[in-house]
Design a protein around this ligand. Structure first.
Ligand SMILES: C[S@@+](CC[C@H](N)C(=O)[O-])C[C@H]1O[C@@H](n2cnc3c(N)ncnc32)[C@H](O)[C@@H]1O
Length: 261
């Protein structure tokens, strides 16, 4: 059976370094990530035997996951993020690894939790295949991810400045569903919610994106206007979105529960 082409090319070492460099200041810029993870937590069963946090970042959710599980393992691609999670001391076993090639034996978890990490995968169906492999039969993956249309205001504003995308691509819902199917997982519940953040100025949004280490995977071409002029042109282009004195930044957030049959 032919493999699907990669959704995007990701330099994993570079991604891990960028997230690692942001680890210390991540939480100050991660109000959106906390909100989404909190919503996903609300979907989780009250108790799991062995739970894995896939893409745990700074470990913000680990104490809450520990309260819902007998045993907790947390994995992230970025050693810098794991250092931060370790510094906070969550009681979880921490592991460095890639969601697309999990360094874990199969069939050991009854629950996987993954909030806003899977959108960084090169081949989402590989991550879902891996999730299915490490789950026990009947075990479930609870995840949140971003879908196409996320940050459309920023994408359009950059487009107006230099014709380049600058914003990462995100899967369409149908492609996500195909990837889940290819990974052998059964969808129990899948919802997409537009999630609107409000900023006084576009710089606030850029600061948050940089602050959490979410720099671009699909690198934009350089050139044209220099730093300050580019930013001014971007601010100008973004301005047309202003409503009631603030600038919206919209994410299409997918929350889902999928099961290994
Ligand atoms: C936006 S942060 C979210 C962290 C945390 N789940 C939260 O909600 O605060 C994304 C995290 O996913 C991790 N990540 C990205 N690609 C990954 C991969 N292929 N495997 C494991 N972790 C990955 C990054 O290192 C980063 O810590």
């Amino acid at each position: 059976m032919g493999e699907l082409p990669p959704f995007q090319r990701v330099d994993k070492a570079q991604l891990a370094r960028r997230f690692g460099a942001a680890a210390r200041r991540y939480d100050a810029h991660a109000a959106f990530q906390r909100e989404v993870g909190q919503a996903l937590l609300g979907w989780l069963p009250a108790h799991s035997d062995h739970l894995l946090d896939l893409g745990c970042g700074t470990g913000h959710f680990l104490p809450m996951l520990a309260a819902r599980s007998h045993r907790l393992t947390a994995l992230d691609l970025s050693p810098g993020m794991l250092d931060e999670a370790r510094r906070r001391g969550s009681g979880a076993s921490l592991l460095c690894g890639d969601a697309e090639a999990l360094p874990l034996p199969g069939g050991q978890f009854d629950t996987l939790f993954s909030s806003l990490a899977l959108q960084w995968c090169e081949r989402p169906e590989r991550a879902f295949t891996e999730a299915g492999r490490v789950l026990k039969p009947g075990g479930r993956l609870f995840f949140s991810t971003l879908l196409a249309g996320s940050l459309h205001e920023l994408r359009a504003a950059w487009q107006a400045v230099d014709g380049a995308a600058h914003v990462n691509r995100f899967l369409e819902r149908a492609a996500l569903e195909r990837a889940l199917l290819a990974g052998g997982l059964v969808i129990e519940r899948l919802e997409v919610h537009p999630w609107q953040l409000r900023y006084g100025a576009v710089e606030g949004l850029l600061r948050d994106l940089k602050g959490i280490g979410a720099s671009q995977v699909n690198e934009a071409p350089r050139g044209g206007l220099g730093g300050r002029a580019r930013l001014a042109a971007l601010a100008d282009a973004y301005e047309q979105n202003r409503v009631d004195g603030t600038l919206p930044a919209t994410y299409q957030v997918c929350l889902a529960v999928v099961r290994r049959p």
